[in-house]
Design a protein around this ligand. Structure first.
Ligand SMILES: Nc1ncnc2c1ncn2[C@@H]1O[C@H](COP(=O)(O)OP(=O)(O)OP(=O)(O)O)[C@@H](O)[C@H]1O
Length: 641
C-alpha cells in the first residue's frame, strides 16, 4: 500500500487531469448503463402488438397480471424504507415521457434515435477517458524513468560493479513499463469499471433484487478464486522479471565481447549457453502463463454460471408472474454486461500487484544512498600539490583484502609522476582514489591542502583530464566526440587546436567529412591509435591542470605508440601529469617514478636513481629491456636516448 501511495504521489501534480478523468469515467459509465437500460422500452414497444396507441413499458406491465404489490411489499420488508419498486416506476415514467409519441412506429423511431445518441455519447466519453488516462500514465512513466536514470547515473562506480548493466537497463525500461501498465489498469479498474458495475447493479436491483443477489454471490466466489491465483502469478512474474535482467546482461556481455568470442571460436559454446538460458526462461513463462490462462476461463465459467442461475431463477419468476419476460431478457443482458468490468476488476488485481512489485524495485533504486558524500568546497584551479597520506583501500571491505596499504605520496604542481609495478599492484586503484571514484578506507588524500572529500565532486573532477587504454567514443562526429565532456560550447578553432596538440589533426583532415565525419558506433571505424589521439584531444579541449594517462599506449603498435607518445608529451607540457605505463620506455623522463608492489609504494625516484638502487624497478627494467633476443624498438629508443 505504501508503494501504491507513493506511485499516486507521482500522479498528484496532475490533480486536475485526474479529477477530469474521474468525471469522464462517471459519464462513460452512466451512458453505458443508460444504453443498456434503453433496451427495455425498445423491447416493450416491439413485442407489444396489441394496441395502436403508444405502448409503454408501464402499460405493458399493466397488461400483464398484477404483480407489483406483493413484490413491493417483499422488497420493502427486506430493504426497510427504500421503496425500490416506486423508484423503478418513476424511472420508467421518465423514460417513457422522453420517447413517447402518438404512434408506436414513431415511438420506436424515437427509441432508436435515442439509442444512437446514447451510444455515441458513451463512446465519445470512453475515448476521452482513455486519452486522459494515457496522458497521466505516460507522464508518470516518463517521470519515473527520468528519475531512475538520473539516480543510476549519479551513483558511484562501485554501484556499477555491484549491479549488472542488463539489470540496470531492465529497471529503466521494463520495470517502468510494468508500472505504466498498472497505472492505466488502476484508473480503469479502480474508477471506471467499479462505477460501471455500480450503475449496472442498480439496474439489476431495479429489475430484480433477488436475481441480483444470486449473481453477486457467484461474482464474489469468482473474485476469491482469482485473487488466490493472482498471488501465484505475481511470484512467477517477479521471477521472470529478474531473468529478463539476466537476459539483457547476457546479451550485453556477448555482444561487447564478440571479438573475443570469435577469436576463440566460442560461438557455439555461447549458443549452447544461451539456449540453456532460453529453455529455463520458457519453462518459467509457461508456468506463469498456465496460471494466467486459468484466470480467463475460470472467470467466464463463473460468469456463465451466474447468468444460468439467474435465467433459471428469473424464468421461474416469469412463470409465477413476478416479472415480465422482457425484464428477464434485459436482466440477462445487463448481467452479461457487468461480467466484463467485473472480470477486468478481478484481473486488475494481478496487474496492479505486478506494477507494485516493479514500483517497489524502482523505489529501491531511487532511494539508494550513494556512499560518496559530496563536499561543498569549490576548486577553481590547481595551485600546489596532491598528497596521499597513509591511505588504505579495499574493494571488498573484508580483512586482508586491501588493495592499497599505507600508501603515501606527493605530486607537486607541474611534476610528471609515473606509476609502475606489476599487474594488480594497485596503480589504477590509486588513480581512481585520487579521482574520488571510491573513498579511501583509512588515511586521506589532499588536493591543495584540503581533503578531497571536502570538494564538490564535479569541481574536483574538472581538475583532471583522463586518458585510458579503453577509449570510449560515441556514435557522433569527430568534433562531437572531442567536445564531449568539456561542459562548454567549444568553438571549431578550439577543437582543431586540441586535435593538433593530440597529433590527431592530420588523420582527421584525411577523413571524408573531416571533423564532421561520423565515427560510427563506439568509434569502430577508427584505429586504436586514432581513438587514443581523439581521447587525448578531448582531454586537451577540457584543458585541465592535471592529466592522467592510464596505460594509454600499451595496446598500440610501435608506430601508433610513437604518435600517441608524442601527443602525450605535447599534452603534458606545462601540466601536472600522472602516468601509468607498463612500457617503461614511456616514462623514463618522468620527474618521479613510483614503484608499486602488492599495494605498497616500494620505491620512489628518478629513472636513473632507481636503476642505481638495484631494486624492483631495476628488475622490471631488466625484464622488459634486457631479455636476450628482445628486438623491441622501445628498448632501442630508450637506449638511444
Ligand atoms: N572493481 C574492482 N572490484 C574488486 N577488485 C578490484 C576491482 N578493480 C581492481 N580490483 C583488484 O584490485 C587489485 C589492484 O588492481 P588495479 O587495477 O588497481 O591494479 P593495476 O596495478 O592497475 O593492474 P594493471 O596494471 O593490471 O592494470 C587487483 O587485485 C584487482 O583484482
Amino acid at each position: 500500500m505504501k508503494f501504491y501511495i507513493r506511485v499516486l504521489k507521482y500522479l498528484s501534480p496532475e490533480t486536475h487531469q485526474i479529477v477530469l478523468t474521474i468525471v469522464v469515467s462517471l459519464l462513460t459509465s452512466l451512458f453505458s448503463v443508460v444504453s443498456i437500460y434503453m433496451i427495455l422500452p425498445l423491447l416493450n414497444t416491439v413485442f407489444n402488438n396489441n394496441t395502436e396507441q403508444v405502448q409503454t413499458a408501464q402499460s405493458a406491465e399493466k397488461a400483464s397480471p398484477p404483480v407489483h404489490k406483493p413484490r413491493a411489499t417483499s422488497v420493502q420488508n427486506i430493504i426497510g424504507n427504500i421503496d425500490i419498486d416506486s423508484y423503478k416506476e418513476e424511472l420508467k415514467h421518465a423514460f417513457e415521457n422522453l420517447i413517447q409519441a402518438e404512434t408506436k412506429q414513431k415511438t420506436l423511431l424515437n427509441i432508436c434515435i435515442f439509442l444512437i445518441v446514447v451510444f455515441s455519447l458513451k463512446n465519445f466519453f470512453l475515448y476521452l477517458n482513455n486519452q486522459l488516462i494515457i496522458r497521466v500514465q505516460t507522464k508518470t512513466a516518463k517521470k519515473l524513468r527520468d528519475e531512475v536514470f538520473k539516480k543510476i547515473i549519479h551513483m558511484p562506480l562501485s554501484y556499477f560493479h555491484e549491479h549488472k548493466v542488463g539489470t540496470l537497463m531492465n529497471y529503466v525500461h521494463h520495470e517502468v513499463t510494468v508500472v505504466h501498465d498498472a497505472v492505466s489498469s488502476s484508473f480503469v479498474n479502480l474508477i471506471r469499471n467499479p462505477l460501471m458495475v455500480f450503475f449496472i447493479v442498480v439496474v439489476l436491483v431495479i429489475i430484480s433484487w433477488k436475481l441480483t443477489l444470486f449473481a453477486l454471490i457467484i461474482s464474489i466466489a469468482s473474485l476469491i478464486s482469482i485473487r488466490f491465483i493472482g498471488k501465484k502469478i505475481k511470484s512467477y512474474a517477479s521471477m521472470i522479471q529478474s531473468r529478463m535482467g539476466n537476459l539483457n546482461s547476457k546479451l550485453q556481455e556477448v555482444f561487447n565481447g564478440i571479438k573475443l568470442i570469435k577469436a576463440n571460436s566460442m560461438e557455439n559454446y555461447e549458443v549452447d549457453r544461451f539456449t540453456d538460458f532460453t529453455n529455463e526462461f520458457r519453462r518459467i513463462s509457461l508456468k506463469s502463463n498456465q496460471l494466467k490462462g486459468i484466470t480467463g476461463p475460470l472467470n467466464e465459467t463463473f460468469g456463465v454460471a451466474a447468468i444460468a442461475i439467474a435465467l433459471w431463477f428469473g424464468g421461474i419468476q416469469v412463470f409465477s408472474g413476478e416479472m415480465s419476460s422482457v425484464e428477464l431478457i434485459v436482466f440477462a443482458f445487463a448481467l452479461f454486461s457487468v461480467m466484463q468490468p467485473v472480470k477486468a476488476i478481478s484481473q486488475a488485481y494481478t496487474k496492479i500487484q505486478e506494477g507494485l512489485g516493479s514500483a517497489k524495485r524502482i523505489f529501491k533504486i531511487i532511494d539508494a544512498e550513494s556512499d560518496l558524500k559530496n563536499g561543498m568546497r569549490e576548486i577553481e584551479s590547481f595551485t600546489d600539490s596532491i598528497k596521499l597520506e597513509n591511505i588504505w583501500f579495499s574493494y571488498h571491505k573484508t580483512e586482508n583484502s586491501e588493495v592499497l596499504r599505507d600508501v603515501s605520496l606527493e605530486i607537486k604542481k607541474g611534476e610528471t609522476v609515473a606509476l609502475v609495478g606489476s599487474s594488480g599492484s594497485g596503480k589504477s586503484t590509486l588513480v581512481d582514489l585520487i579521482l574520488r571514484f571510491y573513498d579511501v578506507d583509512k588515511g586521506r588524500i589532499l588536493v591543495d591542502g584540503y581533503d578531497i572529500k571536502d570538494y564538490d565532486l564535479n569541481s574536483l573532477r574538472k581538475m583532471f583530464g583522463v586518458v585510458t587504454q579503453e577509449v570510449i567514443l560515441f556514435n557522433d562526429s569527430i568534433a562531437g566526440n572531442i567536445a564531449y565532456g568539456t561542459g562548454k560550447n567549444a568553438s571549431a578553432e578550439e577543437i582543431v587546436e586540441a586535435a593538433k596538440i593530440a597529433n590527431a589533426h592530420e588523420f582527421i583532415e584525411k577523413a571524408a567529412q573531416k571533423f564532421d565525419t561520423n565515427i560510427g558506433d563506439r568509434g569502430l571505424r577508427l584505429s586504436g591509435g586514432q581513438r587514443q589521439r581523439l581521447s587525448i584531444a578531448r582531454a586537451m579541449l577540457k584543458n585541465p591542470p592535471i592529466l592522467i594517462f592510464d596505460e594509454a599506449t600499451s595496446a598500440l603498435d610501435n608506430e601508433s605508440e610513437k604518435l600517441v607518445q608524442d601527443a602525450i608529451n605535447n599534452a603534458m607540457r606545462d601540466r601536472t601529469a600522472i602516468v601509468i605505463a607498463h612500457r617503461l620506455s614511456t616514462i623514463k623522463s618522468a620527474d618521479k617514478i613510483v614503484v608499486m608492489d602488492k599495494g605498497k609504494v616500494v620505491e620512489v625516484g628518478s629513472h636513473f636513481e632507481l636503476l642505481e638502487r638495484n631494486g624492483i624497478y631495476k628488475k622490471l627494467y631488466n625484464m622488459q629491456f634486457l631479455t636476450p633476443g628482445d628486438e623491441s624498438p622501445s628498448f632501442h629508443k630508450l637506449e638511444n636516448n
